[in-house]
Ligand binder design. Structure first.
Ligand code: R1P
Length: 275
């Protein structure tokens, strides 16, 4: 904290190919993860590995330009470590963004899904960052997860999308986290579709679980980068370069949405640190 004057109220986690969100911050102080004690290193292409502090529409923000994934070999505690750092810095709202494949027929590459809820597949089988002794300074042993994606922010995002003329690209949906790093088989894709999942990726849920545990308000966006192949007749296949490319194509719209939403949302300045 001695190395920056910023005292962030909002934290943003940039998904694959969405690192440009950090470029919107004014008066930046940025730190390589390798220079921050206890921070893991980013190993995935499209995740630069920098923590960027700055101002956005009058709000003080910190942006993770690069997130950590379980499949990189980090423990879930390490992948979510930054979320608790944000809480201790005084952040009250977490924006999570990700690249995801769509299962819902109505979601096309380039669309933006406001995350209404998630299915944390690793979490359902015990791969949960909250496993182990509970740190009561952050939150309770058995935190509720209903309503973990803030409804007011979801409504405000939709309103802003209408004003920006991009509502046609946006809808709410359910995100599922799978472990990765391989993309889904066709049988897995069909299973997820039948279960009511709208979009799938390999991140986000652990961060949201830890954020909700410590009382952060959460807003989440999935940029749909590909259709998940669900048919044995379909010759398409997904690859990470294609995922990053859609991020580049939609960067302006995602930046506009996030900027407006941060600018217009209310901040409760009385929120206190967990510890
Ligand atoms: O979830 P983010 O970090 O956006 O990345 C998504 O994109 C990568 C696959 O292309 C996976 O890491 C998947 O989770």
């Amino acid at each position: 904290m001695s190395q920056t004057k910023h005292r962030p109220q909002v934290a943003i986690i940039c998904g694959s190919g969405l690192g440009m969100l950090a470029d919107t911050l004014k008066c930046q102080d940025s730190f390589a993860y390798s220079d921050i004690p206890g921070f893991p290193q980013s190993t995935v292409q499209g995740h630069a590995g920098r923590l960027v502090f700055g101002e956005l529409k009058g709000k003080s923000c910190v942006c993770m330009q690069g997130r950590f994934h379980m499949y990189e070999g980090h423990s879930l505690l390490k992948t979510t470590f930054p979320v608790r750092v944000f809480k201790l810095l005084g952040v009250e709202t977490l924006f999570v963004t990700n690249a995801a494949g769509s299962l819902a027929d109505g979601l096309q590459p380039g669309d933006i899904m406001i995350i209404k809820d998630h299915v944390n597949f690793p979490g359902l089988v015990g791969l949960n960052p909250l496993c182990g002794p509970n740190d009561d300074k952050f939150g309770p042993r058995f935190p509720a997860m209903s309503g973990c994606y803030d409804k007011n922010l979801r409504c405000l995002a939709m309103e802003i999308a209408k004003q920006l003329g991009v509502a046609g690209l946006m809808q709410e949906g359910v995100y599922a986290m799978v472990g990765g790093p391989n993309f889904e088989t066709i049988a897995e894709a069909r299973l997820l579709h039948r279960l009511g999942v709208d979009a799938v990726g390999m991140s986000t849920a652990p961060e949201v679980v830890v954020a909700t545990h410590c009382g952060l308000r959460v807003f989440g966006l999935s940029l749909i980068t590909n259709k998940v192949v669900k048919s044995y007749e379909d010759l398409d296949s997904v690859n990470h370069e294609g995922v990053l490319e859609v991020g580049r194509l939609r960067s302006h719209t995602v930046q506009q949405l996030v900027t407006e939403l941060i600018g217009r949302m209310e901040i409760n300045n009385n929120t206190n640190n967990a510890a």
